[in-house]
Write a new protein. Structure first.
Length: 267
């Protein structure tokens, strides 16, 4: 399945008019790329402005969390967006969390009950629907630019732990997301929503809402020889773990785990 750029621009125009957005982004579409993030950085170096979007029909070496290759076959949605920022480096994890929350929020509004796996996976029916990879450029301890890459399963083949949206909506006579183009428009709307919240004073509310969508709250976890339970997300975007033994007033100790230091399962 090939994305139709004209239909995507029409879908984006509808959303802009409905939600009083600003302007349509520059969009580059390629049938195949090594990585949409890589191409976005190359376009940025060539002078493309913030807001520019790169979409590929497939990626031959897409990147995921932990440096893993993300399966990016035809039929999926693979896009990256260039964003100008002025954020402290300490907010890097918040950028990924807000992006994931924004996309999940928009998809849930369309009847797709997406949940989140910390820090940046989209989960549907306890299976992986998609993921987000955020890469940043830092100058003088501040994040000045970012490329946010998103991969979502639409009609592509997926591994056993995955799910695609066409399978999820297979029994719906009028699925609320009817095309790859409309899905792309919703994802871009979700990214804008997340970034807007990150740039305001609403980050604590976002983190509260993000925590409510987590699949792992209350899940047992081991850190070395210590055992505990996942209890939430810190203001910095780290995973909060309460360590046993637990007393009448709470856990004996609470620790924060940074993204990339531990893997959380899907179930």
């Amino acid at each position: 399945m090939t994305l139709n750029l004209s239909r995507l621009q029409s879908a984006l125009q509808t959303l802009v008019e409905t939600f009083h957005g600003t302007s349509l982004p520059n969009i580059y579409y390629f049938d195949s790329l090594i990585s949409t993030n890589q191409t976005a950085w190359e376009l940025l170096e060539q002078g493309e402005p913030s807001g520019t979007v790169v979409i590929a029909g497939q990626q031959t070496a897409g990147r995921g969390q932990w440096g893993r290759e993300w399966q990016s076959s035809q039929g999926g949605l693979f896009l990256s967006k260039i964003v100008d920022l002025k954020l402290p480096v300490s907010q890097k994890a918040q950028l990924s969390l807000c992006s994931a929350w924004g996309i999940a929020t928009i998809l849930r509004d369309r009847g797709c009950p997406v949940q989140l796996k910390w820090p940046n996976d989209l989960i549907l029916n306890q299976r992986k629907l998609g993921g987000i990879l955020t890469e940043t450029k830092i100058s003088q301890d501040r994040i000045t630019q970012a490329v946010i890459g998103v991969g979502i399963n639409w009609s592509n083949r997926v591994p056993e732990i995955g799910i695609n949206l066409q399978t999820f909506f297979a029994n719906s006579e009028t699925p609320p997301i009817q095309s790859l183009e409309f899905l792309a428009a919703l994802v871009l709307q979700g990214l804008d929503l997340g970034i807007q919240q990150l740039s305001s004073a609403n980050i604590n509310k976002v983190l509260t809402d993000y925590t409510q969508l987590l699949t792992s709250i209350g899940k047992p976890i081991s850190i070395g020889e210590q055992k505990g339970v996942i209890i939430g997300i810190s203001e910095q975007g780290n995973l909060r773990v309460g360590l046993y033994p637990k007393t009448e007033i709470g856990f004996s100790q609470e620790i924060d785990l940074k993204p990339g230091t531990i893997s959380v399962g899907y179930s």
